[in-house]
Structures are given as C-alpha cells and as structure tokens.
Design a protein around this ligand. Structure first.
Ligand code: GLP
Length: 236
C-alpha cells in the first residue's frame, strides 16, 4: 500500500484522474469497479474533460446498490454511476449489481459476470465513515462475498446527505471483499477532516473486521488523500 497526500480535493481529483487515465491508456478495455458517493465525483468530472481519453472499450462494474431501488429512483446508485462516469466518458459496457432483482440471484449474477471478465483491473473506492468499502459494513472479513447487507447507523447517517428529502434504504447489495482485494490495482480516494480518524485506523491500526478498509493493506493499493484527511505534520 502506498499513500500520496494532495493539497486539496481539486489536486486529488487531478491526480486520481491521471492514474485512471494512465490505466486506460495502457489497457483500453480496463475492467474498473466504480464507486459513487461524493468523493470521486470531481475525479470523474476531470476525466470527462480530457478530450484525448478513449474509454469506449472500458467495462464499468458497479460497486454497490440499495436493495429494492430501481434505476428510475433518484437514489439509484446505478443511475448515479451512469450519470457521473459511464455516460460522460462514453463507456459502453456495464456490469450491474441490480437492486431490483432477487438479492441472492443478483449477487451470483454479478460474481459470475466479473469472473467471466477475469476479475478487475482497477477498483476506484471511497472510504465510509465507519471504514466500509462499498457497503462492506463492519464487522467484515476479507472473505466476505458479494451479498445483501443491512446498513449501519453511520452509513444511514452519511448517506442521508445524498438525498435530504428521501429516506435512505436500510439494506443494500455490495460487491464482496475478494472482488475488491483481488483487483490488480486499488485506488482509494479520501478527503475531508471527517475521514481523518478512520483513515488513520485503516492505514495504521490492526487489520481487523472492525475496519474493512484495513484489509486494503493486503492489496495493491494506492491511497490518495487530501491534507485534511491525512495531515502531513502533527502526527497524522
Ligand atoms: C458510501 C458508499 C461508498 C462510498 C462511501 C464514501 O456509503 N457505500 O461506495 O465510497 O460511502 O462516500 P463519500 O465519498 O460520499 O464520503
């Protein structure tokens, strides 16, 4: 695992876009796990500005979805991924984690499809306030499969900020930990002082089910953090 600290969210977005664009440049049919949430939005917007980037062969793989939420629901994470990443970048192939289907069948279909692709080249992730990745909520071991999960109070609270007027669904589907950890490369994006403590635990605490992101030390992970999340001085 390596860590780079960027001055602010704008610099982080440029650096993250550089990493992703280089991966696509080296492998035009990159199979990439795509987080939603607030953190990667500036990165995706930065990528969309790059006229020389050809993402037409990229395969975008959905990281997580609320259970029972369909594509036309404003809370759909699938729709959010399409709006922010797939459509602006001209990606044509998507592996969906379908919140409207039977949860067990949707999880098995997702795993079958990612295995058929030969696994992932890159996983773009944000960091949950409780250390979750996707919706791999603590406690969560490194073997936790793609599955149905109940959301923790921390996740319900943080996700409420995405849609102030709508209830946050209490359950979700998430890509499993092996899907994430076995990616050829993982890019974890972390910004803001509210992520400082959990990032510190993920980087420096024990590898533990209490902090799912701590398992990223077993993967080929690049962490990009802004100074608010990872102060370069003062013991951060
Ligand atoms: C959410 C999502 C994750 C996301 C993380 C961080 O709950 N399930 O996919 O990466 O938490 O979100 P944000 O970037 O908005 O802080």
């Amino acid at each position: 695992m390596s860590v780079e600290v960027l001055a602010d969210p704008a610099a982080l977005a440029v650096r993250a876009a550089d990493v992703i664009a280089a991966e696509i440049g080296q492998k035009p049919d990159l199979r990439v796990l795509v987080a939603t949430g607030n953190t990667p939005m500036a990165t995706y917007a930065e990528l969309a500005k790059r006229a020389d980037l050809d993402a037409s062969q990229v395969v975008a793989v959905q990281l997580d979805e609320y259970l029972g939420v369909l594509e036309d629901d404003p809370r759909s994470l699938y729709a959010w991924m399409r709006r922010s990443f797939v459509e602006p970048l001209g990606v044509r192939q998507v592996v969906r984690l379908d919140g409207g289907a039977d949860p067990e069948a949707a999880s098995r279909a997702f795993d079958a499809e990612t295995q058929r692709l030969g696994g992932l080249d890159l996983a773009i992730l944000g960091l949950g306030p409780n250390g979750h990745l996707g919706f791999n909520e603590p406690p969560c071991g490194p073997e936790a499969p793609t599955r149905r999960v109940g959301l923790t109070p921390e996740s319900l609270a943080s996700n409420a900020g995405y849609w102030p007027d709508l209830a946050v669904p209490r359950e979700a589907l998430t890509a499993g930990m092996p899907t994430i950890l076995n990616a050829r490369r993982v890019l974890l994006l972390v910004q803001g002082a509210h992520k400082r403590d959990v990032l510190h635990r993920a980087l420096h605490g024990p590898e533990t089910p209490a902090v799912p992101a701590s398992w990223l030390r077993r993967a080929n992970t690049l962490v990009l953090a802004d100074q608010a999340a990872h102060p370069e001085s003062g013991g951060g």
